[in-house]
Design a protein around this ligand. Structure first.
Ligand code: SAM
Ligand code: SF4
Length: 470
């Protein structure tokens, strides 16, 4: 019999089914327990996070507490992240895949989707198209295929991407989202200078996971669930977790995700750098009717808000799977990173062919439109990649973040990278909006000395210099 053990190396012990069920029962039992909920909200307000049990109570408590949960989430977000929203785009390298994931059109038995893998020349064209929009940060995506999509191909592609300079463009941080692999391969990714290694658990519920992954290496739930441990052993200290909401009971996945974060913190002294909250989307050869666990917009907002309170220093990512309206709602209560102008097809940026698309996008706006919209809402779109380039990763990042010191660099870096974007890529309207926000945000930099430095560097950016960072 397995027992719950947060620091265990075995998936079935740190994602313990019995503990998740006991947590959900506890949360249901206390859904109207005002004294307990007040206590949890008070603890959350201290900004040190919540346990998975406490978070589950906030997730499932009566809707009469909801306004207080949202208000606290907003407050924490403002205190830690200010108005900054980090921007990125996915880049699909290959859709060859030997797995059988029943929700993804790239599954091996889909005979209708064309298969494609980018050559280094094609990657060149894609990256130039991304640079010409203004992107500085990418998330690489590919299916699992031992020969076609091997680690040598991936490392070569990463080197290609970092080497491309078009006009003032540069990709300064490459995150990687590939299937679970070995410590040796994670070490190679670390040596290739990746930013975050991202892997979604899809669902933490083992029985559902095994049903939805009937074939291929990904069908091994324990190997998949222990992937982040191997990534950390391979030297990668920024990892990004997530669950694909809609596959299973969202309550189970919510608790599982927090237990995963607690496990990484207990084992390696640092939790996940980011959490992604994707919701399942329509796609080729996928019948959404087969997935009856869809999460409503209302529930989705609660999930994001409680995560913000439970893991205040973990970045939270929302992709273009979400509509403009849904993104606006979750930005307010916790999301800190957004993709913009994404294509989910292989070759989608430089060619308009969407035949290899992974799923339908809800937010189809251009990057300039997304940036202008964020500025109008009072946010500061940030193209900053400084932390990882300055070695501020893993526990070094977390301890700086927790001490508040990170605010002295993040805010100024966001303004300087936004200034670069405005000079090089923005429409007149966006440039005007951006300059206004920069002027008002400069006044919010507490240290006079830092403010002067940022003002002087922004003037130099307007004069043609690039890539300043604190
Ligand atoms: N192949 C790698 C893997 O499976 O981990 C990484 C790349 S895969 C392209 C990225 C993610 O897309 C998957 O982890 C899955 O959660 C998500 N995905 C697959 N099908 C989807 C769908 N129909 N709607 C929304 N997201 C989907
Ligand atoms: Fe392949 Fe990933 Fe799609 Fe599964 S989710 S079929 S592993 S690309």
């Amino acid at each position: 019999m397995n027992r719950y053990e947060v620091g265990s190396a075995r998936a079935e012990e740190f994602i313990h089914d019995g503990e998740i069920h006991a947590t959900l029962e506890y949360a249901e039992r206390h859904c109207n327990d005002t004294a307990l909920i007040n206590e949890i909200l008070q603890k959350g307000a201290e900004g040190q996070g919540l346990s998975h049990r406490e978070a589950a109570v906030l997730l499932l408590c009566d809707s009469s507490f909801e306004e207080r949960i949202f208000a606290l989430a907003k407050h924490i977000k403002q205190r830690i992240y200010g108005n900054r929203i980090v921007m990125f785009a996915p880049l699909y390298l290959s859709n060859h895949c030997i797995n059988g994931c029943t929700y993804c059109p790239y599954h091996a038995t889909n005979r209708t989707i064309p298969r494609r893998k980018l050559t280094q020349e094609e990657i060149h064209r894609e990256v130039i198209a991304l640079q010409d929009m203004g992107h500085k940060r990418l998330a690489l995506e590919m299916g699992e295929h031992p020969t076609l999509n091997n680690i040598d191909y991936l490392v070569e592609s990463i080197n290609t991407i970092y080497s491309i300079r078009h006009r003032n463009g540069a990709i300064r941080r490459v995150n990687v989202n590939i299937a679970a692999t070995t410590v040796e391969e994670y070490r190679l990714l670390h040596e290739a200078n990746i930013g975050t290694y991202i892997l979604f658990e899809e669902t933490y519920d083992r029985a559902t996971y095994e049903r939805l992954h009937p074939s291929g290496p990904k069908s091994d739930w324990a190997y998949h669930t222990e992937a982040m441990d191997r990534a950390m052993q391979g030297g990668i200290d920024d990892v990004g977790i997530g669950a694909l909401f809609g596959l299973s009971d969202y309550r189970y996945d919510f608790v599982g995700m927090l237990m995963h974060a607690e496990h990484l913190e207990a084992t390696f002294g640092v939790g996940p750098h980011t959490i992604s909250v994707p919701r399942i989307r329509p796609a080729d050869d996928i019948d959404l009717a087969a997935f009856p666990n869809a999460v409503t917009d209302e529930r989705f907002r609660r999930i994001v808000a409680v995560l913000r309170i439970a893991v205040p220093y973990t970045g939270m990512i929302v992709s273009t799977r979400e509509s403009q309206r849904s993104r606006e709602e979750v930005l307010e209560v916790g999301v800190s990173q957004l993709s913009g102008a994404s294509r989910t097809s292989v070759g989608g940026y430089s060619e308009n062919d969407q035949a290899t698309e992974q799923f339908d996008i809800s937010d189809t706006r251009t990057l300039d439109e997304v940036v202008a919209w964020l500025l109008e809402l009072g946010y500061v779109p940030s193209f900053c990649t400084a932390c990882y380039r300055e070695g501020r990763t893993g526990d070094r990042f977390m301890s700086l973040a927790k001490s508040g010191a990170i605010a002295n660099c993040c805010g100024p870096n966001a303004l300087m990278t936004l200034a670069e974007y405005l000079e090089d890529y923005a429409s007149d309207k966006t440039r005007e909006l951006g300059r206004r926000i920069i002027a008002s945000e400069l006044l919010n930099i507490p240290a006079e000395r830092v403010r002067r430095i940022v003002e002087e560097r922004i003037a130099r950016i307007e004069g043609g210099e690039r890539d300043f960072r604190l």
